[in-house]
Design a protein around this ligand. Sequence first.
Ligand SMILES: *Cc1c(COP(=O)(O)O)cnc(C)c1O
Length: 218
Amino acid sequence: MSIASNIIELKKQLPEGVQLIAVSKTKPVSDIQEAYDCGQRDFGENKVQELNEKASQLPKDIRWHLIGHLQSNKVKYIVPFVHLIHSVDSLGLLEEINKQAVKNNRVIDCLLQFHIAEEESKFGLTMEAALALIEQSKSMQNIRFRGVMGMATFTENQQQIAAEFKNLKKIFTQLLSEQMKNNASFDTISMGMSDDYPLAIECGSTMVRVGSKLFGGR
Ligand SMILES: *Cc1c(COP(=O)(O)O)cnc(C)c1O
């Protein structure tokens, strides 16, 4: 199977309103170009340096998504062009994004990353931390919250994965009805990867981040 046919097949499975982010980390620019040539425009990377190197070699209308953990000192390298940051998980990081956004005269779209998995190692906010962060971000004019992002536990247990995805959907709904009720742009639930995207869609995902199923194993 070619990358192009993988993309076309996967897109056929996505209901209307669910967006595909092609996760191209570790893959060469030629693979991204192949996906681009069959119409894919949204690509996800998890490392700032790799994202920058690829962006400089590829068409300018690609929408780049930063999906991995982001360190504050690297924010300045992506703010000039990034389309959506999926991994906001601290106030310090958000402050730095806002500061660089002001400098670049841009408003940066951000997702709040929640810790929904059982594992200790996964990054992400608790509800309590998110509420504090939202409260403290009120004066940040160059941040636009678009929704939430989460990663399920790495397990075969489908019921557990479904419960974690449903929890993220519930968090989104709660924020939308309260803290974000005046934010018409709060519309995104980023969840689901190669192994669990069909389940994520059943649980309310609006944006799936799929890598190995499109580009092969890493
Ligand atoms: C690598 C990665 C993905 C894609 O994973 P696949 O299993 O290859 O589809 C999605 N989201 C994040 C945050 C990742 O780091």
